[in-house]
Design a protein around this ligand. Structure first.
Ligand code: OSB
Ligand code: MG
Length: 375
């Protein structure tokens, strides 16, 4: 594939309801979309960076800068045999995985379309449907949370994840557990605790949780290993796993027994598959995390989740939970059994609603390769 054109755009999209985590409340999302054209075929990717550097260090604006000033110049006019070849071209750019992933995933979409394959198949996925859970933001009080959990369970979701932070943790989880003694339940702290909270966190052992996700510092692995030795509940790492070497280290140290895998956080499908494989070789189950994506990021998540070691329900849920009007057609729907059917169409398998994308665009930039003389 010869990279002929790259379009980067920022969309403003309003979530149906605010989403609260230990690092803050989000409602207005600033989403970057990448559209690459190679050999006349268009592919789409989404940058999953957040508006502020609170989940990790990337932001919508740093990703715009890295893509514009460093990634695009390395790609324009280049001839690649496969999407996996992009990695070598941008290896001189340290970090900024979410920026890289937005571009690399567009190339995967192109490659799948060129080969007339659904992206899930190109990636080596085997599932025809994927299992879905939901991630619920922090609420005002336990009663409201129980109400929300009840509503999500009635939609069929197979696992409930509760966001927690100090002061809004134990009572909330206890209330949900009391109402629903046996549902698959987990919590996500987004780095809101320290190792000195080990005794407090051990208190969660009585709830029979599937896992506690990223309780300690966003960039830590070692202290999670120390914590895991002190509690029974399985730890799951999210923020602190940026690539497969981190995954290897975390598993070898015993820092987690489950892995959250996010495409953006690890730099795109190429590295995500490596993380998946490292975990599989060590019998560590993985599940697909979410970053409040638009339909494009969601479609990539669906494709990735078809790999065989995605054995736990992920945070990939219906478009309707986030957006009044998603930018793909059809939108992502979840069955009454809490599953998403994997699309069969080539590439990401959903079509992009270009008119709507245009309408939501607040900023746009395009790069075109020079036309080759005689070509
Ligand atoms: O830690 O998984 C997380 C959203 C934004 C940033 C971090 C996280 C999340 C979620 C939401 O949990 C998952 C989703 O519904 O997309
Ligand atoms: Mg998380």
């Amino acid at each position: 594939m010869r990279i002929e054109s790259i379009t980067l755009r920022e969309l403003e999209m309003r979530l149906k309801s605010p989403f609260e985590t230990s690092f803050g409340v989000t409602q207005k999302r600033r989403i970057l979309l990448v559209e690459v054209i190679a050999d006349g075929v268009a592919g789409w990717g989404e940058v999953t960076a957040t508006e502020a550097p609170s989940y990790n260090y990337e932001t919508t604006d740093t990703a715009w800068h890295i893509i514009s000033d460093f990634i695009t110049p390395r790609l324009m006019g280049k001839e690649l045999r496969a999407a996996t070849e992009m990695e070598a071209l941008v290896s001189g750019i340290r970090g900024h995985q979410m920026a890289k992933a937005g571009v690399e995933n567009s190339l995967w979409d192109i490659e799948a379309r060129q080969k007339n394959l659904p992206l899930s198949k190109l990636l080596g996925g085997t599932r025809t449907e994927i299992a879905c859970g939901v991630s619920l933001g922090i609420r005002e009080n336990p009663e409201l949370l129980v109400e929300k959990v009840t509503a999500e369970l009635s939609q069929g979701y197979q696992r409930i994840k509760l966001k927690i932070k100090p002061g809004k943790d134990f009572d909330f989880v206890a209330a949900v557990r009391k109402q629903f003694p046996s549902i698959p339940l987990s919590v996500d702290a987004n780095s809101a605790y320290t190792l000195s909270d080990a005794n407090h966190l051990r208190g969660f052992d009585e709830f029979g949780l599937l896992m506690i996700e990223q309780p300690l510092q966003w960039d830590d692995i070692y202290l999670h290993a120390k914590l895991q030795k002190q509690i029974q509940t399985a730890l799951c790492l999210d923020e602190s796993i940026s690539h497969s070497r981190h995954a290897e280290a975390a598993i070898a140290l015993g820092a987690c027994r489950i892995m959250n895998l996010k495409l953006g956080r690890v730099g795109g499908h190429t590295e995500a598959r490596r993380v998946h494989d490292v975990c599989q070789a060590q019998a560590i189950p993985v599940w697909c995390g979410g970053m409040l994506e638009s339909g494009i990021g969601r479609a990539h998540n669906v494709a990735m989740s078809t790999l065989s070691n995605f054995t736990l329900p992920g945070d990939v849920s219906a478009s309707q939970r986030y957006w009044a009007d998603d930018i793909i057609e059809p939108e992502v729907v979840v069955s009454g059994q809490g599953t998403i059917r994997v699309p069969h169409a080539p590439g990401i398998g959903y079509s992009v609603r270009r008119e709507l994308v245009e309408k939501l665009t607040v900023k746009k930039r395009n790069w075109k390769a020079e036309v080759m003389v005689g070509a």
